[in-house]
Ligand binder design. Structure first.
Ligand code: YH5
Length: 285
């Protein structure tokens, strides 16, 4: 199993689970009210997440919430690149760029991005080629449908099999386009065209995705699945459920936890990592 990821000028050790902090640079982001739109505010938020233990900062300018407006490539570039440049200048951290756009992939790579996080798994025209050229690690995520409509009627015969097959197909597409297996990460895409039951099946069987032989990234922080489990909790009351979900994911093999709540998640992972460090002779995972 791969334990290290070369992220541009940095190496990420994945022998235990690590935290990726979410930094939205969308003016219409739901979970942080769009407060992190200026470079200065983004820098402060990044600094606080780094001080809390985030090894990766994931910056995204396209809100994938169902109600969100679609952004143009130019808007994405205008929002992301100044923030990426400023974070790279000030901090020693891996910056992940949440994008599906080939141009954004190429421009981000030039400015020192360490990872490309694509919720569309490089299915946009030109994205495979851009990703190949970037030489960066790529996170391939599963989504059923499109952000605007994905939650209307998610349907699967077997969600685990279908997500598994999709990720395998995208891994193969990457390999055929000159992206080495060592550069790939996978993500089942919690909440992206999935009901609560689908999300729970994926979480319960997360360890079955280890056979794809790529580090597993997950993001459940603050998502509706947690609100639903809690009987309709609003977004600001989903922290403890999120920690539980992160803990379960890490125990089942997730290596990168994408979260808004860095310190709390890092502490939850410290327990899982300590347990998993005991090794295979102790009846743990
Ligand atoms: C992910 O899972 N998610 S953006 C709705 C919410 C809260 C949060 C309030 N990008 C993922 O974070 N990238 C997003 O309800 C992602 N995996 C990867 N790799 C959605 C998000 C969110 C949505």
């Amino acid at each position: 199993m791969v334990k290290q990821l070369v992220c541009g000028d940095k190496v990420l050790d994945l022998s235990s689970a690590v935290v990726m902090g979410v930094l939205n640079v969308t003016p219409d982001s739901f979970s942080d009210g769009g407060r992190f739109v200026t470079v200065d505010a983004a820098l402060h938020h990044a600094e606080s997440m780094i001080s809390e233990g985030a090894l990766i900062i994931d910056i995204g300018a396209e809100s994938t919430r169902p109600q969100a407006q679609q952004v143009t490539e130019q808007q994405e570039l205008d929002r992301l690149l100044p923030v990426l440049e400023a974070i790279k200048k000030q901090f020693d951290v891996i910056v992940s760029v949440d994008t599906s756009s080939p141009t954004v992939i190429m421009e981000s790579a030039k400015l020192g991005a360490g990872l490309i996080n694509d919720v569309r798994a490089l299915q946009r025209e030109g994205a495979l080629a851009a990703a190949a050229q970037s030489n960066l690690p790529i996170c391939l995520m599963h989504m059923q449908g499109q952000p605007q409509t994905m939650q209307l009627q998610p349907a699967y015969e077997s969600v685990v099999d279908e997500v598994h097959n999709f990720l395998l197909t995208r891994i193969e597409a990457c390999l055929q386009n000159g992206i080495a297996k060592e550069r790939l990460l996978i993500d089942v895409g919690f909440g992206f065209g999935k009901t609560l039951a689908h999300n729970l099946q994926l979480l319960a069987q997360l360890s079955s995705f280890k056979t794809l032989d790529c580090p597993i990234l997950v993001g459940m922080s603050r998502k509706s699945m947690l609100g639903a489990i809690l009987g309709g909790a609003p977004v600001e009351q989903r922290l403890f459920a999120g920690l539980s979900a992160a803990t379960i994911a890490a125990l089942n093999g997730a290596k990168i936890i994408r979260t808004h709540d860095v310190r709390a998640t890092k502490e939850a992972l410290a327990v899982v990592n300590a347990l998993l460090d005991l090794g295979e002779n102790n009846n743990v995972a």
